[in-house]
Design a protein around this ligand. Structure first.
Ligand SMILES: [Zn+2]
Length: 50
C-alpha cells in the first residue's frame, strides 16, 4: 500500500457536478448534470436552478 498525503475524500456526486433543478414547464424537480440540462420528464430545457 502506498500512502498518498492528503484527504482522499472524492465523492462521485462531487466530481460530477449535479445541480438541483426545477422544470418550469411541468414543475418537476430533478438533479441536472452538465451544462445543457433538460427535464427528464417532459424534455423541456426551460429549467431553473435551485
Ligand atoms: Zn418538465
Amino acid at each position: 500500500m502506498c500512502s498518498v498525503g492528503g484527504p482522499v475524500d472524492v465523492d462521485i456526486e462531487d466530481r460530477i457536478k449535479t445541480k438541483n433543478c426545477q422544470c418550469k414547464d411541468c414543475g418537476g424537480s430533478f438533479k441536472g448534470i452538465g451544462k445543457k440540462i433538460r427535464c427528464p420528464t417532459c424534455g423541456s430545457d426551460n429549467i431553473c436552478e435551485l
